[in-house]
Design a protein around this ligand. Structure first.
Ligand SMILES: Cc1cc2nc3c(=O)[nH]c(=O)nc-3n(C[C@H](O)[C@H](O)[C@H](O)COP(=O)(O)OP(=O)(O)OC[C@H]3O[C@@H](n4cnc5c(N)ncnc54)[C@H](O)[C@@H]3O)c2cc1C
Length: 406
């Protein structure tokens, strides 16, 4: 059977791409290695930037918490908190959220095949072809590799080296701790709408405590090269959280996984083929956030494939318009995040306490999370708003000076 598009992997990237391809009238096959719902190690925070692509149509049962702010715990017990009255994201369980996206693609007309593990992919001048572990084969006009950070498609097409470079990927470990609704309220001081980010001992990355309805999602992540002793570091971190929050945390299952990276430093298109999401390495190098980028890259891939299809073109040149779109949308965020990331959390430790409590800082955080601006736009927003904000800033500086001298 020949398809217009084969999408490999039904994570957020692949399911958005398959949905959009099918909606555009393309005969679409979505191949998923596992049966759904499948587990995915993840903190489960989906920023509003990604939710926007669903036009707010997300079933309430999937929403664990509605998120309105971020809290950073800094060394010396300092806290920087930024809250908004606008929704900046939600927390979810990835197995259910991802299944919803895959079924949504199927409802839009994509043919979803579960338990379909792709082991090889080849593109020729006539077609794109994939082979499954059970020897089934499928061909199509276009191929989308959405098979995550260990992408078989990217390696089979020669777009990534066979061996993973630990300097270019991150590594994380996380667990969901059942504490009940009361426990979540206690852990969040009665406000479960805030995502908490904290330093990890040894400064290898960062940790998080994300509230869900009856669970706390707790995890650590950092550069792959620094995360060799992941399990003891994770245990140390969650035991520290347990002590700080005063809530018993019963560990059921630790989950570890690589985080994608270096998406804009590598080629993500070939004749007839496009890589998206973690397979392309589209993860924020500072925060490890990847769901919204995965979804957005899925949307871009579907739109460029639709354009190429209408022009009856299959060449790398037309598909590289996808790469241009991703560069335009993600480059500023990723390069700034990389620069801050290289300096480690020390830079954040210096900046965050200084902007803590400023209305403008909360507004900027909200705009970034909602996808209204990128990291690179922050200086322009500050410059534009500075005249209006100056009296408040002076007032806050004077107040803090008075309180320290008293
Ligand atoms: C510990 C950890 C915590 C994280 N927390 C967050 C967070 O809170 N918020 C956030 O935004 N991001 C987070 N991320 C990053 C986020 O999980 C990823 O960026 C996101 O899942 C990427 O989506 P994707 O669709 O590209 O890939 P995936 O979600 O990995 O989906 C890939 C799909 O392809 C399937 N597949 C793989 N190989 C094959 C094959 N050979 N054949 C067929 N199917 C295949 C897989 O089964 C899977 O369903 C976290 C990552 C880690 C490791």
């Amino acid at each position: 059977m020949t398809y217009d598009v084969i999408v490999v992997g039904a994570g957020p990237a692949g399911s958005i791409a398959a949905h959009d391809c099918a909606r555009q009238g393309l005969k679409t096959l979505l191949l998923e290695r596992c049966s759904l719902p499948r587990e995915k190690p993840c903190g489960g925070a989906v920023m509003y930037r990604g939710l926007r692509l669903l036009d707010g149509k997300i079933p309430r049962r999937l929403v664990e918490q509605r998120i309105y702010g971020l809290r950073f715990l800094l060394p010396d017990n300092e806290i920087a908190e930024f809250a908004s009255d606008k929704l900046i994201g939600i927390t979810v369980f990835r197995d259910r959220f991802d299944e919803f996206l895959a079924r949504r693609a199927s409802a839009a007309g994509a043919e979803l095949v579960e338990n379909a593990r792709v082991v090889d992919a080849v593109v020729s001048s006539e077609s794109a072809n994939v082979r499954l572990a059970d020897e089934r084969t499928f061909s199509s006009k276009y191929l989308i590799g959405a098979d995550g950070v260990n992408s078989v498609v990217s390696r089979a097409l020669g777009l990534r080296p066979r061996r993973k470079e630990l300097t270019k990927v991150g590594l994380g470990m996380e667990a969901d701790f059942h504490v009940g609704e009361e426990g979540v309220l206690q852990a969040t001081h009665g406000n479960p709408s805030i995502l908490e980010l904290c330093p990890v001992e040894g400064r290898v990355g960062y940790g998080w405590v994300f509230p869900k309805r009856e669970h706390l999602a707790i995890g650590i992540a950092g550069a792959g090269v620094h995360m060799r002793a992941l399990r003891p570091q994770f245990d140390l971190f969650y035991r520290g959280v347990e002590k700080r929050l005063g809530i018993p945390l019963n560990l059921e299952k630790r989950r570890a996984f690589f985080l994608g990276g270096d998406g804009l430093g590598s080629k993500n298109v070939a004749n007839r083929a496009i890589l998206i999401g973690d397979a392309a390495g589209f993860v924020d190098p500072l925060m490890g956030e990847g769901i919204a980028y995965a979804m957005k890259s899925g949307e871009f891939a579907a739109s460029i494939i639709n354009k190429a299809y209408n022009e009856d073109r299959y060449d790398e040149e037309i598909l590289s318009e996808y790469q241009d779109l991703c560069h335009k949308e993600f480059a500023a965020n990723f390069s700034l995040a990389t620069r801050v990331g290289v300096r480690g959390s020390s830079l954040a430790d210096i900046i965050l306490p200084r902007v803590n409590g400023h209305k403008l800082a909360s507004e900027i955080m909200t705009m970034v999370a909602r996808g209204e601006i990128g990291y690179a736009d922050i200086p322009y927003v500050i410059l534009k708003r500075l005249p209006r904000e100056m009296p408040n800033i002076i007032k806050q500086v004077v107040q803090s000076h008075v309180s320290t001298t008293n």
